[in-house]
Design a protein around this ligand. Structure first.
Ligand code: SF4
Ligand code: SF4
Length: 314
């Protein structure tokens, strides 16, 4: 009797392993995302906290964060009346060299969205598709939050420099933090649990302990979660101010996703079907994708390793 099918569990592991070579970048990326997630929360392992800003989302006040999310740092520094040289330098260098590689391979909120989109990928929920023009137009929202926060913090920075404002509420330092879903998930909910806001057996009722802001934050988080389940990387594509800031240089980055047009089969579109942010890859410059929707995830390279590759733009 053949032993080939005697253990279905072994067979499924073999099938899974057989698929791995065609998903080799996705597998590497998963390892990278887990590693960075642990590194960014390294305080839990005894690493020191630093104020160095990185071009990823790490909400201010995250209990175990080892670095500072670049966009939070930008707001905080402006709100204190200083110019964010280091933050802008980090964003400029990262975007110019690597594009949005940090979005695809390191950012914890990008990683979380990849996890949420698994429900649609596995067929548990139906994916929502948006048209290309809408996909492009909605990107303006990220720019709106970016520049809105810069204007607000710049205003408070000037007031503090003039001595018209001392101290102030959290939102006068990091205004975007008020609705930032990452902050709600990793900071507000964390402390709400630690401080027992959800504990009905404590003093007062649940409603006594919750304020309006908490409800607003929770509603934003629910919308974020729902949309991320239905539309892969929706927050990255349209809303994230960190991604919007990186996008100013990512389109001309040294390392880019390239397409060998000679090996590209007309009408195949396997690369575009694999792309989580719906980049119109076949309409892009073959010498390097310039579209700032691209998060350098490499899904298109996995889908078509003959024609797609990571490489130098110039
Ligand atoms: S766009 Fe924003 S949330 Fe998405 S991966 Fe980049 S930094 Fe993270
Ligand atoms: S174009 Fe390729 S690398 Fe860029 S986001 Fe789409 S699948 Fe990922």
């Amino acid at each position: 009797m053949s032993t080939k099918n005697s253990n279905p569990e072994n067979n499924s592991i073999k099938e899974w392993l057989a698929v791995l070579p065609s998903k080799r970048i996705r597998t590497l990326r998963l390892v990278s995302q887990i590693t960075f997630f642990l590194l960014f929360n390294g305080v839990i392992f005894g690493f020191s906290r630093t104020n160095f800003p990185l071009p990823v989302v790490l909400p201010p006040g995250a209990p175990y964060a080892t670095f500072w999310g670049g966009f939070s740092a930008l707001q905080y520094i402006l709100a204190n009346g200083q110019f964010p040289f280091l933050v802008l330098g980090v964003f400029f260098l990262t975007g110019s060299l690597f594009g949005k590689l940090t979005c695809g391979w390191a950012c914890p909120i990008g990683f979380w969205q990849d996890f949420l989109s698994m429900f649609a990928n596995l067929g548990f929920v139906e994916k929502l598709k948006v048209s290309r023009p809408t996909n492009k137009e909605l990107q303006d929202i990220g720019g709106f939050f970016l520049w809105g926060s810069v204007i607000i913090t710049g205003f408070f920075g000037l007031q503090r420099l003039n001595g018209d404002l001392t101290g102030g509420e959290f939102w006068t330092f990091i205004p975007y933090g008020v609705i930032d879903p990452a902050g709600t998930m990793f900071v507000t909910f964390f402390y709400a649990l630690i401080w027992g806001v959800f504990d009905l057996s404590g003093n007062g009722s649940l409603l006594d302990n919750l304020d309006l802001l908490f409800f607003v934050k929770s509603i934003v988080l629910v919308i974020f979660t729902y949309v991320s389940i239905k539309i892969p990387r929706a927050y990255c594509r349209w809303i994230c101010p960190t991604g919007a800031l990186l996008g100013y240089t990512s389109g001309n980055s040294l390392i880019a996703i390239k397409r060998n047009a000679a090996k590209c089969v007309d009408g195949c579109n396997a690369c575009e079907k694999a792309c989580p942010t719906d980049v119109p890859i076949t309409e892009e410059n073959p010498d390097g994708i310039e579209n700032n929707l691209c998060i350098s995830c490499g899904n298109c390279v996995d889908a078509c390793p003959d024609a797609m590759s990571f490489g130098f733009r110039f």
